[in-house]
Ligand binder design. Structure first.
Ligand code: GCO
Length: 462
């Protein structure tokens, strides 16, 4: 009933969401610092200015990770904290923060996993065109080179981009995230291509300059289809959904996964997007397709899929997204609770890309608060995570390589357009006092880690 020996039990965060100190010690502004100043864009009118003050309290937070027994900590680097203008001038205070964080993790025997881009793009580079600028991948490469030069004697695990689907679609098309644009899809495809180039150049740079052998991956998010019934037709339909492409949207797995891993854009997309595609030399695809050691994926929920026969449809078994049954459990983000997403998502991605699949994010938001006894009894997060972890265990038992799980999130944090109104943490933060409280789920997770998963509450399905 245990997880595989050596399974990595982690927790994840992101710089903009927890660090605060948004203007401290020479940090440059990010597009999120600017975006949050616009009235009405953040649900509770908050900003990441102070967040969880991880910048000043990181040693306490590392001690709490140790107390829980977390083995690996996935965190991101704030690009404008180390390069205030995005390129050129290095902010040594910013570099020192990350060196001190890494040293603190290592001396507590916690493995650092560094995400190089988790959306807090330098405002100075955005002012020069941002991801639309043809130089954007070179800007990213020089930033990554700086981090590798300064941290790769201690950091071995690297993630290039977090959820390009989100920072591109929400940031540049729907505009609900920074920088709040509503670009034409042809520009979206250009930004996708420049982001893919940035990924490829980053991997290449890490491999060429890392002082210790690097383990490199990426952390996209996409749509996961889960078969309503586990029969061949529904499974095929769920796979089609997971690897489907929609018109006028980059919210999918394969538009990024296929170029990164297989070295070409998916035919379905090229057919669909046709002349909206940017011109680029074939050599770009060789640059984008760099060898990866794992395929990370952020999975929280899924679409329930039923195979339906429609004479008019081209596909033999066109997938049909089934509305979640009324009253289906949902998190405070209103995302349906679909634990099977972690089995099917991992299985489908492993089948397609033949790389170990690391769950780089999974967790749930709830409206937590400390009870009269001073504790945070987040029983639903325990139940949610038990159900999802059982699905990873199922995948592992079937021989699918899933070497690790990072719970989102270690700390309550700034949930982008929702501000602080949604809490994902294993650790509660009182934002008025910055006091931390280990939620019941943190104490439960400690037991899960100690038993390597054997202690998961729910019995397997008979
Ligand atoms: C994402 C981001 C995280 C979010 C989390 C909850 O997946 O959107 O990586 O920064 O906070 O996923 O939405």
């Amino acid at each position: 009933m245990k997880f595989p020996e050596g399974f990595i039990w982690g927790a994840a965060t992101a710089s903009c969401q927890i660090e605060g100190a948004a203007q401290a010690d020479g940090k440059g502004p990010s597009i999120w610092d600017s975006f949050c100043k616009k009235p009405g864009v953040i649900a509770d009118a908050s900003t990441p200015e102070h967040a969880g003050d991880h910048y000043n309290l990181f040693r306490d937070d590392v001690a709490l990770m140790k107390q829980i027994g977390i083995q690996a900590y996935r965190f991101s680097i704030s690009w404008p904290r180390v390069l205030p203008d995005g390129t050129g001038r290095v902010n040594e205070a910013g570099i020192s923060f990350y060196e001190n964080l890494v040293d603190s993790l290592l001396c507590h025997n916690i493995q650092p996993w560094v995400t190089l881009f988790h959306w807090d793009y330098p405002q100075a580079l955005y002012d020069r065109g941002g991801w639309l600028n043809e130089q954007s991948s070179d800007w990213f490469e020089s930033y990554v080179r700086l981090i590798v030069d300064r941290l790769s004697d201690r950091v071995t695990h690297w993630i290039t981009l977090n959820e390009p689907q989100v920072y591109i679609e929400y940031g540049h098309k729907t505009g609900i995230h920074a920088p709040g644009l509503n670009l034409a899809f042809t520009d979206i495809l250009k930004i996708c291509h420049n982001s893919l180039l940035a990924h490829g150049k980053a991997v290449k740079t890490i491999r060429e300059h890392a002082k210790k052998t690097p383990i490199i991956g990426v952390a996209p998010v996409g749509i996961i289809g889960v078969p309503l019934q586990e029969n061949p037709e529904n499974i095929d339909a769920a796979r089609s959904t997971t690897f489907g492409i929609k018109p006028d949207s980059c919210w999918n797995n394969i538009w990024f996964g296929d170029p990164m891993v297989l070295g070409h854009y998916p035919e379905d997309g090229l057919r669909l997007y046709g002349d909206l595609m940017p011109d680029f030399p074939a050599s770009d695809l060789e640059l984008i397709k760099q060898p990866l050691d794992f395929y990370g994926t952020n999975i929280y929920t899924a679409d329930l899929i039923k195979a339906e026969k429609h004479d008019s449809w081209a596909l033999p078994n066109p997938p049909q997204v089934v509305n979640p049954p009324a009253g289906m459990p949902r998190s405070a983000m209103d995302w349906p609770v679909v634990p099977e997403s972690l089995y099917w998502g991992t299985r489908f991605l492993y089948e397609r890309y033949k790389l170990p699949v690391v769950i780089t994010e999974n967790g749930m938001a709830s409206h937590d608060w400390p009870c009269l006894d001073g504790q945070v009894h987040d029983s639903y997060r325990i139940d949610y995570t038990t159900r999802y972890l059982n699905q990873i265990r199922r995948a592992c038992r079937e021989g699918i390589a899933c070497p690790g799980y990072f719970h989102w999130s270690l700390l309550d944090n700034f949930e982008w357009a929702f501000g602080y109104s949604r809490r994902f943490g294993l650790i509660y933060i009182d934002y008025q006092t910055q006091k931390r409280i280990l939620k019941d789920s943190a104490l439960w997770y400690a037991d899960v880690i100690k038993s390597n998963g054997a202690g998961l509450g729910l019995r397997e399905k008979a």
